[in-house]
Ligand binder design. Sequence first.
Ligand code: SAH
Length: 282
Amino acid sequence: MTEREFQKAQPRKQFAQHWLKSEKALNEIVRAAELQPTDDVLEIGPGTGILTRRLLPLVQSLVAVEIDRDLCDRLTKELGRRENFLLVQGDFLELDLPSVLAPFPAFQKQNKVVANIPYNITGPIIEKLLGTIANPNPEPYDSIVLLVQKEVAQRLGAKAGSKAFGALSVRVQYLAECEFICTVPAGAFYPPPKVDSAVVRLVPRQFETPAKDPRRLETLVKLGFGAKRKMLRNNLQSVIERDHLSELLEKLEINPQARAEELSVSQWVTLANELQVLNNEL
Ligand code: SAH
């Protein structure tokens, strides 16, 4: 795309459009995805196609889902003839991808995701890609490389005990290995977003000690992180009898005064697996 055309693709706020323009950031994303010629890739929000054009020569096939009709027209004109490219116009969150792709034998299933996504729907996109603790995606991707808000990337990659470690960290790290790859400054985009960004890589896998009752783990994490800065035992007092919780924390060698962010993911799982529930809330 020429500079003039690029200027004509006026970014739309409602679709959280920020065009990536940094070579360095593009290289980092592509490198993190460790693409193989046998990979079938899904891209969400191709926009003007800057990342799409990078990916196409490296992979077996690429499916891109874009909500903006005008951008879809432009992309179709430019890339529509490439045999390994399929563009789907629609809202990624609403689409049932397998049924949309059913008529296209060469584009049945994707094993990797690589995308600079719209930040306003980061949470729901990650949930659609990974599933939830109680309902993990039954056909997990090999890897998911995303450009997201830096703060989100920090949460995803956070270690227990650090400031960024929260409910999102536990929920996502239970489902995937998460790695903070690198920061991408706001100036790498046109127009620059208000915040810095970062590349993250998620590698879905089974957690080493699975939750016996995933739904309970989900609820426990939600309640446990309920009120910020409060001790875990206070956040959980409505659902777990106080003495029982103290005993359990002692048995698991967790400080009884601990706050939610101090427990590792496996400690959350153990806690959920071992606790005797006071009432039906969990
Ligand atoms: N990948 C491009 C554009 C990133 S901006 C680049 O790096 O320059 C985010 C893109 O996601 C925009 O093209 C926007 O139109 C698209 N988008 C926003 N909401 C979407 C949704 N619900 N489903 C699919 N695409 C969406």
